[in-house]
Design a protein around this ligand. Structure first.
Ligand SMILES: Cc1ncc(COP(=O)(O)O)c(C=O)c1O
Length: 380
């Protein structure tokens, strides 16, 4: 008999809810991906580079032109210059980046601070490397960070803090005061920061994305992850990147080279060229804000209460006036009976905190959103 290395981890909720949605022919607002296609020029570029025989292994850290485009974008947006040779690595999605970074730095008994509700890939990566996740709850209902609680959780074994802004599943975004509080806490310590910024361009209401790259003291100890999938409506291509100071990046690449060696070559060339047209990422926030506003408007006058989403393509909805069922049961019932799939937010906590809130993905056409909310409202 084998003894599982992750005995308490089952199939991801995204796979579970998507299967339930397919089995019951439900509208799937559970898993976070667009129901519209990426820009046709991007697929043409991939084809072009395939035809130009860019079909063999890329250099281990990534195609030079793409690393250059990434570094240029970061300089322009956040004012930090990452060295193209030593401080930028292209990954097979942010997920691979997260696993690689955690593997590079977390040893037996190291503690890692994780804010809950949390995206589900952090904890397994920490545990697989012998580390211990230390959970700090974000403050419901605005899901802000209680920095005093973070301070109380830090001790001599704390090796890493994982931040995610804009935040999945809540849509909360870091404020300048949060960055200042973080800086104060880690200054002079051995703690490194993993900053998951995959939704960096999906931010609303005139708010600005506070990339940790923009804060020189913090940038010295921070590893940033981003995802081309979120920015260019290409989640299925599984492409992302990692930025870090050279001393940290050299450790990250030791793992990266044996995990994947390098990421998809023709797609890297295509992104490098497509990134020259900045309006695609500059306009993304407005594009999704319109979708968020439309989705939220569909709930007007209903017993479902939408919480504030300041970024990402997720909207939390409080159903406590509609049902007292556990969120997992309610989400299953909505999928099976009302034919709309969502994610119950309790699953983003290690000890299932049920606040009667569901997460919906609004990266969908208006018709799909309208039909989904119409079906949901039939339950009221
Ligand atoms: C917060 C967060 N980090 C990382 C990822 C993974 O990104 P990728 O699809 O590039 O692996 C996701 C995807 O949903 C996410 O929501």
């Amino acid at each position: 008999m084998i003894s599982s290395k992750l005995p308490n981890i089952g199939t991801s909720i995204f796979a579970k809810m998507s299967k339930l949605a397919a089995d019951h022919n439900a509208i799937n607002l559970s898993h976070g991906f667009p129901d519209f296609d990426c820009h046709p020029v991007l697929t043409e570029l991939v084809t072009k580079y395939m035809r130009e025989a860019k079909n063999q292994y890329a250099p281990m850290p990534g195609v030079f032109e793409l690393r250059q485009a990434i570094a240029r974008k970061n300089k322009e947006l956040y004012g930090h210059t990452y060295d193209v040779e030593k401080e930028v690595t292209v990954t097979a999605g942010a997920t691979q980046g997260i696993y690689t970074v955690i593997s590079a730095f977390i040893k037996e008994d190291d503690e890692v601070i994780v804010f809950e509700p949390a995206y589900d890939s952090y904890t397994p990566a920490i545990k697989m490397n012998g580390g211990k996740p230390v959970y700090v709850q974000l403050q419901h209902p605005n899901y802000s960070i209680n920095w005093n609680a973070v301070k109380r959780s830090i001790n001599s074994r704390t090796r890493m803090i994982i931040l995610n802004s804009p935040h999945n599943p809540t849509g909360a975004v870091l404020k300048k005061e949060d960055v200042d509080a973080l800086n104060k806490l880690v200054n002079g310590s051995q703690i490194i920061v993993l900053s998951d910024e995959v939704y960096e361009h999906i931010i609303f209401d005139g708010k600005i994305h506070h990339s940790l790259a923009a804060f020189p003291k913090l940038a010295e100890r921070t590893i940033i992850l981003s995802s081309f999938g979120k920015t260019y409506h290409t989640t299925g291509w599984k492409m992302g990147y990692c930025l870090a100071p050279a001393t940290l990046m050299s450790e990250i690449r030791k793992i990266h080279q044996f995990m994947v060696f390098s990421a998809n070559t023709p797609i890297q060339y295509a992104y490098a060229e497509f990134m020259q047209q900045k309006h695609h990422y500059e306009e993304l926030g407005a594009f999704y804000q319109q979708k968020r506003d439309f989705f939220v408007s569909l709930f007007k006058g209903s017993k479902f209460k939408t919480l504030k989403s300041s970024g990402t393509y997720f909207q939390l909805v409080d159903y406590s006036q509609v049902s007292k069922e556990r969120d997992t049961d309610f989400a299953d019932r909505l999928t099976i009976e009302n034919k709309v799939a969502s994610i119950p937010v309790s699953v983003f906590y290690h000890q299932s905190v049920d606040r009667k809130v569901l997460r919906f993905c609004f990266a969908k056409s208006e018709d799909t959103m309208s039909e989904a909310v119409k079906r949901l409202r039939e339950i009221e």
